[in-house]
Design a protein around this ligand. Structure first.
Ligand code: FE2
Length: 225
């Protein structure tokens, strides 16, 4: 069986390049490394559940593992701050999607990497147009970005950080529903809510494997209060 977060079925050198970039992220911020791999896996599963083809699923997985690469540029005082960012810190943090794209630009001539850029750039756009960096709305937001946002937000809510416990899956499902049509694409939320419970056992196993190996993030079980 392949290791969690493997970029399956990519040519070997693309897998190696991907791993090298992820290792750089891991050296800087182990949580974001684990988060990126988990989001990659879940975004791919959501893309599959949404009926996207194998190429699209792979592209979305690759976009997801790189979506926060630009956090390498964010100072520790902001990146690792326990608790809310102030206005000035938020402005700096919001640069990270563009920084992720900037980091990958030298690979732009390679089609598989080029295809990841729109999803990476737009992964914090909101369906109501109030996201960043471009304030895109509705289906102007690349589908990959709308998928990544759901996997990203779900993982951020359900994993434990040094300063707060992860939320139970049921709570996270509820949040996705509440913000469906505002932050999230309603059709994708529906698909995620239908499909995700079937991934739960693997999800917990997957997150626990990260905890055992990397001490990064931990899940709350579905039944946790
Ligand atoms: Fe992000």
């Amino acid at each position: 069986m392949s290791a969690p977060g493997d970029i399956k079925k990519q040519p070997e050198w693309i897998q190696a390049m991907t791993e090298a970039l992820l290792q750089a992220l891991k050296l800087r911020d182990p949580y974001t490394y684990g988060h990126s791999r988990r989001v990659g896996r879940n975004a791919r599963k959501l893309a599959a559940a949404a009926g996207l083809n194998e190429f699209e699923q792979r592209t979305i997985e690759l976009s997801s593992v790189f979506h926060d690469l630009g956090k390498l540029s964010i100072p520790d005082s902001i990146l690792l701050k326990p608790g809310r960012l102030n206005a000035e810190e938020t402005v700096i943090m919001k640069q990270h999607p563009l920084k992720s794209v900037e980091a990958l630009l030298p690979l732009e001539n390679i089609p598989v990497f080029k295809a990841t850029l729109p999803g990476i750039r737009s992964h914090h756009e909101r369906i109501d147009g109030r996201g960043y960096p471009d304030g895109l709305a509705g289906d102007k937001i690349p589908l990959a970005a709308r998928i990544i946002l759901i996997a990203d937000t779900f993982d951020a809510m359900t994993t434990t950080r040094a300063y707060r416990k992860g939320l139970p899956f049921d709570y996270a499902y509820q949040e996705l529903k509440v913000f469906s049509g505002r932050q999230f694409d309603p059709a994708l939320v529906k698909i995620f809510l239908q499909a995700h419970p079937a991934w739960e056992d693997f999800e917990i196993e997957f997150q626990e494997e990260f905890i055992a190996k990397e001490a990064i993030g931990s899940p709350r079980k579905k039944s946790a209060a």
